[in-house]
Design a protein around this ligand. Structure first.
Ligand code: ADP
Ligand code: MG
Ligand code: MG
Length: 872
């Protein structure tokens, strides 16, 4: 196989093979943009390397060939003593993992070539030694695994309070000696002087960085598959650290926080690589660059426009200016906040760059869900202590913590925390995941904290420079003598950048108000964008969206949010509260007479509930599930009641004694597999009949009501037949029509769906129970007990209760859908488990040919959007 591609050979569609960085470097090269020449080693080579523990055969030769060609083209050899070619070795996976893996700059420098470099730069000794110390520092840390703090401390000591630019050539030369000493000390050998050996070691280190702990953690968080591997880019060095007419920067073609068009970015003079995001000095804005280097600025603007038109999307870029010459070092379609995703998609439609289908494809249900989060109330009494940058939106409240470890520790105890740092680095990842929000006092919108938080959809305020953060003392101070210590509650607003003391109350988001129909400002850009995208989603989707709702209020919200019916109306809540007494009477009934009296008392209450729901749904279908849980759930707790009866001794009330006996009789070791669902209907005479009658009579009273009666927990057609016969009779008596169908939630029901469809007029997949019974996992217990271990081991990438397990549970669903429809071609199919609101599962339901998904009312917009995306 071919393992190495020159930048001129690749293109942006080869991300699998070349990684995102390599594919886009190739794309920019082919667009004729100024990219320093280089080549990319494929992810394929990385996977082979990780599997075998050695470079795959032939790779070294291929690298040599490409390096030879590069050397020929540049007219200098790698590390050539009098005139060195230097390269960077850069990781780059298919999906961007900012800062997670390794990059080494200035490969090729050693005690000889450092002089050659100075000569190249017109005798700029300072620059050459600065580059050399950077090489040893990066190489030592990332390739040789030396603790980076050792270098940092030596550097700080030398600076002694001065800035990095204050060091002169001699001091940097001394620093190189110190760094070489650290390497010798830690590795027992000299820093490798041979440029080719440096290159080889760096390439292997980048391969290995794929499995660094923080990379693994990041992938799990972002659900990036673990087996992709990273590509390695070998790129000719260009230098931003050779004087004040040089520098390095990052930029976005639009504001990644709001989507607004324009030019956003940071630039740092006389600096290299990560300096601009690491916060070593204060950066300037791109606008300021215009003032100091008009030509480079103008070219940058031209290139950014070209990139945006070419990618037809927001791009972020890395660039370097070397003695007034602009070089492009990276671009990619940039991460953005949820709000910006909607705004940008619609802006691009308006600009004629994409159509509505593509716009719909570019936003996700998760993003929409984020926009539905509440925000802080504009409360006058709230106490603002600082304002930083609005790096990633949302309203987060929690206790301030100052280290990643503390964040993880407190979050594990169920506490809400805000991680406060001067700036974050990749080692803070676990703390960022654990925290509700992130606050930093340094760094801009392109800083590590901002980029990672946006990627995770986590609230972040960055660069709140008024704050003095002391990690050591676990506190920060704000202007006016305000002090916040670890454990004090603060509130941060990622949409405005504000930081408040204490807990600020939250209010609904404008997007929720839009769905509720209470949003006043139809001109709000975000609301307009959401409206356009939702309208399009509704016009292309095939799946209908219903709600799980069992009271009039939820039913009404479901309709406002665009629900097209109720897919699951549970009747058990109608047995709670004051009605518990009636259920007790039912259970305690000793004669038919007593039982009928108890049922007769329940019926009018049920009927009035159904009337309300039918009215709220105004002619849309309502699927009502007959009572499902075991009856003892409605009775007092066994232990408590035993104690009560025992304490009362002879004076115990007769009723309590009978109740205790009933509780004992109904007690089950394994209630979820016990007397529940259809089994109750078959065992307790008159129970289901009462419910059916209440439904029928309610339907009769509400004009246009469309009832669908659903029998839970059926495993055999015979069970359903008994209940259905009874139900049909009652419906005929009352004189209303209603569909009678069943849940498919027991594996046997799925396996015999062809038979069950003889009796069922619809199926609704109850995928919570179906998942529980297919895997044999108790859904109430196992998640806490061992799912995290299973996730670590990769048994599954995400809990099967969260996202439908396509291979197992999904197979049962497909089978039941197919065989059911073979028996009854017009069989209506829906899903009413939690999966009905999960994006990935909704796509599955679309593919499996279901007619609708049903989810909680709040989730309906997400389901509508994803159903639309599934149909693209
Ligand atoms: P990351 O994926 O973490 O952004 P990069 O591979 O992009 O890592 O490199 C880290 C930094 O070094 C970036 O700022 C990048 O622009 C800079 N850099 C990488 N290669 C070169 C090069 N050949 N010349 C100059 N700067 C470079
Ligand atoms: Mg980069
Ligand atoms: Mg169930």
């Amino acid at each position: 196989p071919k393992y190495v591609y020159d930048f001129t050979e690749g293109n942006k569609d080869l991300k699998d093979l070349l990684g995102g960085k390599g594919a886009n470097l190739a794309e920019m090269t082919n667009l004729g943009l100024p990219v320093p020449p280089g080549f990319t080693i494929t992810t394929d080579a990385c996977r082979r390397f990780l599997a075998d523990g050695a470079l795959p055969p032939g790779l070294q030769e291929e690298i040599d060939t490409h390096l030879g060609a590069l050397e020929g083209r540049m007219g200098r050899r790698l590390g050539q003593a009098d005139d060195p070619l230097l390269v960077s070795v850069r990781s780059g996976a298919k999906f961007s993992m900012p800062g997670m893996m390794e990059t080494v700059l200035n490969i090729g420098l050693n005690d000889e070539s450092v002089h050659g470099l100075a000569k190249q730069a017109g005798g700029n000794e300072r620059f050459a030694w600065d580059s050399y110390r950077r090489l040893i520092q990066m190489f030592g840390k990332t390739v040789q695994g030396i603790d980076g703090e050792l270098f940092d401390e030596a550097f700080e000591e030398l600076k002694n309070g001065r800035g990095d630019l204050d060091l002169d050539a001699a001091e940097l030369r001394g620093l190189v000696e110190t760094f070489k000493g650290i390497v010798r000390d830690r590795t027992g050998r000299d820093f490798p002087a041979d440029p080719r050996e440096q290159l080889r070691m760096a390439i292997m280190a980048v391969f290995e960085s794929w499995n660094a702990p923080r990379a693994i953690l990041y992938r799990r968080q972002e659900r990036i598959p673990a087996d992709l591997g990273t590509a390695v880019n070998v790129c000719t060095m260009v230098f931003g650290n050779c004087g004040m007419d040089s520098g390095t920067g990052v930029a976005f073609t639009r504001d990644p926080g709001t989507g607004h068009q324009g030019v956003y970015g940071d630039y740092l003079q006389n600096a290299q690589g990560e300096d601009v995001v690491a916060g070593i000095r204060n950066t300037m804005s791109l606008q300021d660059l215009e003032g100091i280097d008009k030509n480079s600025y103008a070219e940058l603007m031209r290139i950014m426009e070209k990139l945006e038109n070419h990618y037809r999307d927001l791009c972020d870029i890395e660039f370097t200016i070397e003695n007034g010459k602009l070089w492009m070092l990276q671009t990619r379609v940039g991460k953005r906040t949820a709000g910006a995703a909607f705004r940008i998609a619609v802006q691009l439609v308006d600009q004629g760059l994409i159509d509505l289908d593509e716009a719909l494809g570019r936003v996700t249900g998760d993003q929409l869900a984020q926009l539905m989060f509440p925000r802080f109330a504009a409360d006058e009494t709230r106490e603002r202590v600082a304002k930083g940058m609005n790096a990633s939106p949302g309203a987060a409240v929690g206790k301030a913590v100052f280290s990643s470890e503390r964040a993880v520790e407190l979050a594990a105890k169920g506490e809400d925390v805000i991680l406060v740092r001067r700036e974050t680095n990749p080692d803070d990842l676990s703390g960022m995941i654990a925290a509700r929000g992130i606050l930093t006092s340094r760094g801009g919108k392109t800083s590590h904290a901002a980029v990672v938080a946006r990627g995770m959809g986590k609230t972040c305020v960055c660069g709140a420079e008024e704050l003095e953060v002391s990690v050591k003392e676990r506190r920060f101070t704000a202007p006016g003598g305000v002090e916040v210590a670890e454990g004090d509650v603060i509130s941060i607003d990622g949409s405005t950048g504000e930081v408040f003391l204490g807990e600020v109350p939250v209010v609904a988001s404008p997007v929720v108000e839009y769905f509720e129909g209470t949003h006043g400002d139809a001109g709000d850009e975000l609301v307009r964008a959401v409206h356009r995208v939702m309208t399009h989603a509704d016009s292309v989707r095939r799946l209908a969206v219903r709600a799980n709702a069992d009271n009039a209020e939820d039913a009404a919200r479901a309709r406002r949010f665009g629900g097209q019916g109720i897919g699951l109306c549970r009747t058990e809540h109608m047995f709670l509260g004051e009605r518990r007494q009636l259920v007790e009477d039912l259970v305690l009934a000793e004669s038919d007479d007593e039982r009928e009296r108890a049922l007769a008392a329940l019926e009018p209450l049920q009927k009035s509930d159904f009337i309300e729901i039918f009215q709220a749904m105004d002619g849309l279908p309502v699927t009502i599930r007959l009572i499902d849980p075991p009856l003892h759930e409605f009775l007092p707790d066994y232990t408590e009641l035993s104690v009560k009866v025992a304490l009362a001794g002879d004076r115990a009330e007769e009723k309590d004694r009978r109740l205790l006996a009933a509780v004992k009789r109904l007690h089950e070791q394994n209630p979820m597999l016990g007397l529940r669902g259809v089994r109750l209907g078959l065992v307790i005479p008159g129970l289901f009949a009462m419910q059916v009658r209440a439904i029928a009579e309610a339907a009769e009273e509400v004009p246009g009501a469309r009832a669908e009666i659903m029998i839970p927990l059926v495993g055999a057609v015979q069970e359903l037949e008994h209940v259905k016969d009874e139900a049909t009779k009652i419906l005929a008596e009352v004189g209303v029509e209603a569909l009678v169908g069943t849940m498919i939630e027991v594996p046997r029901a799925a396996l015999t769906a062809g038979q069950i469809a003889e009796a069922a007029e619809f199926f609704s997949f109850g995928t919570n129970d179906l998942t529980q019974m297919t895997w044999g996992f108790s859904r109430d217990d196992v998640e806490a007990a061992f799912f995290s271990r299973y996730l670590d081991l990769g048994v599954f990438g995400v809990s099967p209760f969260e996202t439908l397990d396509r291979d197992g549970v999904g197979r049962l669903v497909r089978l039941a859908a197919e065989e059911g429809r073979r028996t009854r071609p017009d069989l209506k199919l829906g899903i009413c488990g939690e999966h009905g609101g999960d994006p990935e599962s909704i796509h599955f339901c679309h593919e499996a040919g279901l007619d609708y998904v049903s989810c909680s009312p709040f989730r309906i917009p997400v389901a509508r959007l994803e159903a639309g995306r599934a149909a693209l």
